[in-house]
Design a protein. Structure first.
Length: 111
């Protein structure tokens, strides 16, 4: 098992220098990087994350063997995309419905 942090923050030149001192190469502006808790740089990076109120998304990675030996597994999506209908029609209606009795003004008649 490995705990990984995906860190995002706005890096000013001062923050870039602090990250460099912690062993993380970064430029100015929005910066995102991943670091495992077992990484020897993590304690120093953790302090920077807290002090600069960085976004810190945490995930746990498991080896294939750990998954095979687990008594149960739970699948959780990493991103929810919502209902798969585009905001503009772009052919969605004709690809999905029979439009023979469809009224484009009121939307009644889709089959």
């Amino acid at each position: 098992m490995r705990i990984v942090h995906r860190v995002s923050l706005h890096a000013t030149p001062e923050v870039v220098a602090e990250l460099a001192a912690a062993g993380i190469a970064a430029g100015t502006g929005l910066q995102t990087f991943e670091i495992a808790e077992r990484d020897p740089r993590w304690p120093r990076v953790a302090e920077l994350v807290e002090r600069h109120e960085a976004v810190d998304l945490v995930r746990t990675d498991f080896t294939a063997r750990e998954c095979e030996q687990a008594p149960a597994l739970q699948l959780i999506p990493t991103w929810h995309h919502g209902y798969p209908m585009p905001g503009e029609d772009e052919g969605y209606l004709s690809a999905t419905f029979d439009l023979a009795e469809y009224c484009a003004s009121c939307g009644i008649g889709l089959r």
